[in-house]
Ligand binder design. Structure first.
Ligand code: AMP
Length: 206
C-alpha cells in the first residue's frame, strides 16, 4: 500500500510513521530526514536545503520532487511505502501523481493550540531521529533506542515553529481538500496517546 501521512508540524507524523512502517513492513520516507542527512553530510542539496529549513520555509518544489521521485524508484518501494512530510504543496501532490499512485492519505488532526507546545518541547536523537518530549523525559538527553544524544532542533525553536505553522496553514492544508476530492483522504484524531492514534490509523487503513 502507498500511504501519505498529512498533518501539521507537531501532529506526530514521525512517531506514527515509524510504528506503521514497522507494522506494515514498508519503507518510511521522510523528506525532512533526507534533508537533515544531506545537511549533516554537507552535500550540495544539503547546502540549498539548510537555508530554507533554518527559516522554517519550504525547500523549493523542484529539489524536493526530484529527491522523492528517485527514492520511490528504489526496489524497496515496490511493495508500498509511507511518505511523511511529502507532499507539502499542491504542486508537489500533482508531481507525485505523475510518478506514483497514492492509495490512501491519512490526515492526523491535532488542535492548533497544542501543536506549539508539542514541537517546542520535542527533543530528537541526533543519530536515529527518534523523537521524545520533555514532558515525559525530564532532564534526560540520551536516546533510549540507540544511546545517541538528544537535541533540540533549531527549527523546533519558537520563532521558526510559528513560521512552519503559518506555512502549513497556507501551503499544505489545501492538500486536505485535494485528496478529499480524490476520495482517498482519511482523517484520524491525533490528540490521543501515540498507541491510540496508531490504532485509529490501523482502522482507517482497513
Ligand atoms: P519535517 O522534519 O518534515 O518537519 O521537515 C523539516 C523541514 O524540511 C521543513 O520545515 C521544510 O523546510 C523541509 N521540508 C521537508 N519536507 C519538505 C517538502 N515536502 N517540501 C519542502 N520542504 C520540505
Amino acid at each position: 500500500m502507498n500511504i501519505v501521512l498529512l498533518g501539521a508540524p507537531g501532529a506526530g507524523k514521525g512517531t506514527q510513521a515509524s510504528m506503521l512502517c514497522e507494522m506494515l513492513n514498508i519503507p518510511h520516507i521522510s523528506t525532512g530526514d533526507i534533508f537533515r542527512r544531506h545537511i549533516k553530510e554537507l552535500t550540495p542539496i544539503g547546502k540549498i536545503a539548510k537555508s530554507y529549513i533554518d527559516r522554517g520555509e519550504l525547500v523549493p518544489d523542484s529539489v524536493t520532487e526530484e529527491i522523492v521521485r528517485l527514492r520511490l524508484a528504489e526496489a524497496d518501494c515496490k511493495n508500498g511505502y509511507l511518505l511523511d512530510g511529502f507532499p507539502r504543496t499542491v504542486a508537489q501532490a500533482k508531481a507525485l501523481e505523475g510518478f506514483s499512485k497514492v492509495d490512501v492519505v491519512i490526515e492526523i488532526d491535532v488542535p492548533h493550540e497544542k501543536l506549539m507546545h508539542r514541537i517546542i518541547g520535542r527533543r530528537v536523537c541526533g543519530k536515529c531521529a527518534e523523537s521524545y518530549h520533555v514532558d515525559f523525559i525530564g532532564e534526560k538527553r540520551v536516546c533510549e533506542k540507540c544511546g545517541g544524544d538528544l537535541i533540540h532542533r533549531d527549527d523546533d525553536k519558537e520563532d521558526t515553529v510559528k513560521e512552519r505553522l503559518f506555512v502549513y496553514a497556507n501551503k499544505t492544508a489545501p492538500l486536505i481538500d485535494f485528496y478529499a476530492e480524490r476520495g482517498i483522504l482519511k482523517k484520524v484524531n491525533g490528540d490521543l496517546a501515540a498507541k491510540d492514534v496508531l490504532s485509529e490509523i490501523s482502522k482507517a487503513l482497513k
